[in-house]
Design a protein around this ligand. Structure first.
Ligand SMILES: NC(=O)c1ccc[n+]([C@@H]2O[C@H](COP(=O)([O-])OP(=O)(O)OC[C@H]3O[C@@H](n4cnc5c(N)ncnc54)[C@H](OP(=O)(O)O)[C@@H]3O)[C@@H](O)[C@H]2O)c1
Length: 323
């Protein structure tokens, strides 16, 4: 009889409260609203218990509707699901943080949030325009607020009780350290792009020693070129352990101690991506040490402007460049 493999149910301890976070998470950065709702429902039904959204993705409403429909079926409860959303760059001014948080909760149809992230460390001109630009097309930044000012307002949300934990996204190691050192409530999670082509070892080691969970987005490389799922080291391991390349990459991410986010609008891939089990330790090492390619697929860390670098494929999805 096969040994039960619980890798897919891995939870990582959070430094805030007594909560833990599911390692395997489902992201909802899907351009089409109907596809977002369907994929979110399928993900919950397939077993995912962490959903990631953001004010900027404009998917909170669909994620909220999907959760409500699944909860009404009675098999999955709100308490079973870890919900994450993010404060957008135009809401960094402290007085804008609580209203933005409440607006997200409302769209999600929730009365508390498990994790709220500052989406990027870049403050944009406050206002309703999520992408403020000057006449020359340049982003208008807000120099009147620091990341620490915003963090203090995030701490107040935890004090208020409706936000269980707070964290940072798209930060450098130095920015993470800066907030950690000054914070009254420490960042529980640092959420950055990471995968075998961008392992972020230094940041991961810092997070581990500081009790922060590193949550890796684009865990499968966002289906971009060069396609990590076609890397010869990954495909050879997949053939050896009789799993798909995606399952190998996701197992590697959990086994090296990160949480992760993957996304798909395709039901069979959603099921495949939850059906993750442990790979041998020598395979984990082979990926960590044998893969030398280095690629960042999302340029948001440089400017705060979200955007996967357009795929070098004929079917390049222009919408993804805006998220
Ligand atoms: N904080 C930030 O700045 C930031 C930025 C980007 C993303 N994120 C978050 O991270 C989440 C995950 O990022 P991501 O979308 O780049 O994830 P990803 O899982 O690396 O890439 C998703 C792409 O891979 C394809 N795919 C999924 N499973 C597959 C499989 N088993 N085999 C082959 N291809 C597969 C999907 O195609 P189909 O959909 O066609 O199946 C989709 O095109 C996002 O949804 C979002 O929540 C955060």
């Amino acid at each position: 009889m096969a040994t039960p493999d619980d890798l897919r149910y891995t939870k990582l301890k959070l430094n805030t409260g007594s909560n833990s976070i599911p390692a395997l998470g489902f992201g909802t950065l899907i351009p089409d609203p109907v596809a977002t709702k369907n994929a979110t429902k399928t993900a919950l039904q397939a077993g995912f218990r962490l959903l990631d959204t953001a004010e900027r993705y404009r998917t909170e409403k669909q994620v909220g509707e999907a959760m409500q429909e699944v909860f009404q079926d009675g098999k999955i409860k709100r308490a079973d699901v870890f919900v994450v959303t993010k404060l957008w760059n135009t809401n960094h001014r402290p007085e804008r943080v609580q209203p933005a948080f409440e607006a997200s909760l409302k769209k999600l149809q929730l009365d508390f949030l498990d994790l709220y992230l500052i989406h990027t460390p870049f403050a944009f001109q406050p206002g309703d325009d999520q992408d403020p630009r000057d006449a020359g097309g340049n982003v208008i930044y807000d120099k009147g607020v620091t990341l620490l000012d915003t963090w203090r307002a995030m701490e107040a949300l935890v004090d208020g009780g409706k936000c269980k934990a707070i964290g940072l996204s798209d930060v450098s190691l130095e920015q993470a350290k800066g907030i950690f050192d000054s914070a009254r409530i420490k960042p529980a999670v640092v959420h950055v792009e990471s995968h075998p082509y961008l392992p972020e070892w230094e940041l991961l080691n810092y997070c581990k020693t500081s009790g922060i969970v590193l949550q890796a987005f684009a865990a499968l490389g966002h289906n971009s070129k060069p396609n990590m799922l076609e890397d010869p080291i990954i495909t050879a391991i997949a053939a050896r352990v009789k799993k798909t390349p995606a399952q190998v990459v996701l197992a590697w991410a959990i086994q090296r101690g990160t949480a992760l986010l993957t996304t798909s609008k395709t039901p069979s891939r959603i099921t495949e991506n939850f059906d993750v089990s442990a790979i041998p330790e020598d395979a984990v090492r082979e990926i960590s040490e044998g893969i030398k390619s280095q690629f960042r697929f999302n340029a948001v860390v440089k400017t705060g402007v979200p955007g996967f670098i357009p795929r070098q494929t004929e079917n390049s999805d222009a919408n993804h460049a805006k998220r």
